[in-house]
Design a protein around this ligand. Structure first.
Ligand SMILES: [Zn+2]
Length: 68
């Protein structure tokens, strides 16, 4: 599975967020990766390794997600 990701990509995480959503938008990529929950807007910062481990799928840039 292709797990390459870039800024503004929508990603699906293995575990749902507390609000029930599992899709996130990548809002910062560096040593750490910052993602924002598409449902509740909460932002979470993970280091790259942890992010990659929790990442399930990269959906690509927000074509179908127009919420943000
Ligand atoms: Zn959420």
């Amino acid at each position: 599975m292709d797990k390459t990701f870039k800024l503004n990509d929508i990603v699906v995480m293995k575990k749902n967020h507390a609000c029930g959503e599992n899709k996130w938008k990548i809002i910062r990529v560096g040593v750490d990766v910052k993602i924002r929950c598409l449902s509740c807007g909460r932002e979470v910062m993970l280091d790259r390794l942890e992010f990659t481990r929790k990442l399930k799928k990269v959906l690509g840039e927000e074509n179908e997600e127009k919420k943000y």
